[in-house]
Design a protein around this ligand. Structure first.
Ligand code: ADP
Length: 269
């Protein structure tokens, strides 16, 4: 192939540099494969609700034209499908934004306990609908750190929303904030936020791939609950931007614990 010819040629003139070039080309090939997969996934995710919408429009133009009860029901389903598309586009835009900002260090001061409290307050109606109790456990003293408060709010919203959605009805979602002098994950002082649910948990085989775009452990359930499959990918980019770490611990039938570990102290106060 052209590539091999090029390699042989390069090897004559550059010796050891060939391996590096080979790795670079492999990397480019992987990146473009990932881009193709992403475009295929987005198209598929958009086409599903779109096909449903077109089907209902056709039915309303034809057989159900004069059926008032059917019309109301179909319009509601159409609205749900349109909402699904809207959520997907919203999440795609968020993903794009957080990816492009990943290398820009956040520089605003924020108070973590307050941020968690107000995030939970806005999620209370959703929790009540699912008969889930939200509880927050945090230190008495304020926990100040440097970060992007809108983005961190999105992190905790996504994680607590998942805990409510996938957790068990009638159960509790615990949010626990703790500080530690030294956390190996961030090689220094850290603030840890754990989001713990009592739901069905996640099979360990899925854990390594959970933050990939559109990866779902339980595809049927995610779609039924209106998930886009992008929430954890967004979370991962924001946590990276804050030089933090995201951990997931779970076993089937044992609930799930998502932990966000953020650097704290030394320059972060
Ligand atoms: P989605 O929009 O599908 O919820 P996410 O990126 O937020 O997408 O999550 C990816 C997948 O991880 C979900 O589809 C679900 O299968 C699994 N998941 C996330 N959080 C939990 C949880 N607390 N309990 C069980 N499964 C979860």
């Amino acid at each position: 192939t052209t590539f091999e010819v090029q390699c042989r040629y390069m090897s004559e003139i550059a010796g050891g540099a060939v391996l590096a070039i080979f790795q670079d080309v492999t990397h480019l090939e992987q990146a473009s494969q990932m881009r193709r997969d992403f475009v295929a996934n987005v198209s598929h995710e958009l086409r599903t609700p779109l096909t449903a919408l077109m089907g209902f429009i056709e039915t309303l133009q034809g057989p159900a034209r004069d059926d008032e009860a059917a019309r109301d029901r179909f319009l509601q389903i159409m609205m749900d499908e349109a909402n699904r598309m809207n959520r997907l586009v919203g999440d795609l835009l968020s993903l794009n934004r957080v990816e492009s900002e990943e290398r820009v260090r956040p520089k605003n001061n924020l108070e973590l306990t307050e941020l968690l409290q107000s995030t939970l307050t806005s999620l209370r109606p959703l929790a009540e609908d699912a008969s889930v109790t939200l509880s927050l456990n945090a230190p008495q003293d304020p926990v100040s750190l440097i970060g992007d408060s809108d983005q961190l709010r999105q992190v905790f919203t996504n994680l607590v929303e998942n805990a409510i959605k996938y957790g068990s009805s009638g159960g509790i979602v615990d949010v626990v904030l703790t500080l530690s002098e030294r956390d190996a994950a961030v090689r220094g002082p850290a603030a840890r936020v754990q989001i713990i649910d009592q739901g069905p948990g996640i099979d360990v085989v899925h854990l390594p791939r959970l933050t990939e775009r559109f990866y779902r452990a339980d595809s049927h359930r995610s779609r039924q609950l209106g998930g886009t499959g992008l929430g954890l990918a967004i979370v991962k980019h924001i946590v990276n931007r804050h030089r933090g770490r995201l951990r997931v611990e779970s076993e089937l039938g044992q609930g799930a614990t998502f932990t966000v570990i953020l650097p704290y102290g030394a320059g972060e106060h």
